[in-house]
Design a protein. Sequence first.
Length: 559
Amino acid sequence: MNTHTESLTKQVFTFVSKLYEHGVDDVVISPGSRSTPLAIACERHPHIKTWIHPDERSAAFFAMGIIKASQKPVAIICTSGTAASNYTPAVSESFISKLPLIVVTSDRPHELRNVGAPQAINQVNMFQNFIKFQIDMPLADETEGTINAINMNMIKAEKHFNGPQRGPVHFNFPFREPLMPDVKLRRFLSSKRKTETKYQKSIDFTNIQTYIEKPRGVIIVGDTQGQDLSQILTYSAIHNIPILADPLSNLRSLNHNNIISTYDALFKGGLSIEPQFIIRVGQPVVSKHLNNWLKEVKCPQILVQNNDTPDAYPKVPTISVEMSANDFFRQAQDVTPTQNKNWLDKWKTMDQEARKYIEAYIEEETDEGAVVGSLLKKMTSKDTLFVGNSMPIRDVDTFNLNSKAEIAANRGANGIDGVVSTALGMAIYKKVTLLIGDVSFFHDMNGLIMSKLHDLDITIICLNNNGGGIFNYLSPKEEAPEHFEKLFGTPLDLDFQHVAHLYELGYEKYNDVAEYKRQTLPQFGSYLYEIMTNREENTETHQALFGKMKGIQYVNTLR
C-alpha cells in the first residue's frame, strides 16, 4: 500500500469517527467521484446510517428533516463544483433556524484550483453568510498535522452541535487522486461517543422582577425546537397569565386552560389591548398580526431564547435572556406578580367565542381552511404534520385549536424550497403527513425520490389552487389587477397524478372538499391526496371569518 492511500484512509476514517463521537448517527450522501474517500468512510463505519440522495439541494433539506426529528447533528457530503452550491438554500435555512447541519464538501487539490480544471469552483468560505464555523482542511499526508487538524477543528465546530450556539458548520476537504481509501484499515474507525454537554444558566432577576411583578402579563411562545416547556405551564397556572401559543410551539396539543389558540383570528378582527409586560419565548411567531401588535405595544418585552444570537424581530426586547425556557420560568416562580384572574378570564372568554366561529367554519365551509381544520382533527399524538410555508402554515395557525399532532415547518428563512425533502427526512423517525401548496410541491418534486429509494412512508396533502394563493391577500391584487395573474398568481396547470405514478405513490384527487373531509388518514404506505381549491373563494371565506371576530366581547375593553 502506498503512503498516499494510507494517509488518505487515516484522514477520512478519523474524521468520520469524530463525527460519530460528537453525536452524528445519520449522513446524507450525494454521489460523486471526488467525495469517494468520505463516502466509503461513512459506509464502513459500523454505527453510521448512510442515506444516498442524488439531488444535493433536496439532500440538504432531507438532512434538516432528520435533525428536526432526532434533535441530533446530521452530516451531508457531496463532490466538488456546483454540487456544493446546491446546498446553499438549506444552509441558510439551518443557520436562521439554528440547526446543526454539518456540511462536508469535497474539493479539488490546490494545484487544480483556479486553473480551468473541470468541476472546480472556489469552495473556500462559500457559505460564509450562513455558517457558524468553516475550515478548508489540509491535504492528507504522512505528517501528524493531518490528524491534528481534524482534532483541533472538531473542537471548534462541536460547540455548534448542541446548546445555545447551534448552527451549521462547513468542512471543505481537498483530495488528490487516487481517491479510494483502503477499506481494510479498520483500526482508524472508532466507535466511542462523547458525553453531551448540558447547558444551564442562572441569572439575576433583579431587573426582570420590576417588569413581571405587575398583574397584566402575556406569554408568547414560538418554535422552541423540541424543548421541554412544562415550567411555562406551571408559571402560567400559578400567576394567571395567558399563553399565546404559536402552532410550532406544540403547546396547543396539551389543551391547557391558559393556552390561547385563536389570537391570530382575534387580532385580525381588531383586538385592542395593552398589557403591562410580555415574555416572548423561542423564535418569532408565524402570525403577522401578532407580530404587528408586538411592534406597537409600549410595555416591556422580555425575550427568552436558548441561543447566543437573539432574534430581535419584530421589536428589540427590553431584556434578552440566553437560557432555556424551563430554566427561566423555574427561577421566575420566585417573583410574585399581583394576581389578576379577571385578566386571564377575559382572554379565555374571547378564545372560547372565537373557537365557536372557527369550529363552525371547519364544519360548514369547503375551502382550504376547512381542509386544514378537518385534517388537524383527524390526527393523533402519534402523527407529525409538516407544514409548507405561505398559506398552509397560516391556516394551521388559524385552524389548529387543540390538535394532538406534532407540528413542524421550515420557519427560518420561510422559503418554499425543500419542503418535501425536509418532511421526508422527518419521516425516518416519525409518522409524517405533509401539508403543502401546489407551487411549493412543484418546487421540490425531486425530493420524492427518497420515498421510492428508501421506502419511506409519507402522506401528502397537496392543496392545488393553481397558483400562489397567499398573493390574493396582498396589494397587487387590488392595485395592479391587470398584472396580477402573470406576476403573482402564476398558475401552473399541473396534474400531479403523473408525479404520483413517477414516484410510486398512491393517489386520489378531490374536486369536492366535502368529500375529502370524509377521508381517513392512511396508517402506512405513501399517498398523495390532491385537493382542488379556488383562490378567490378561499380569500372571501377567510375574510368573512375574520370579520366575525370584530363582534367578540371585550375586543375594545380589555385592559
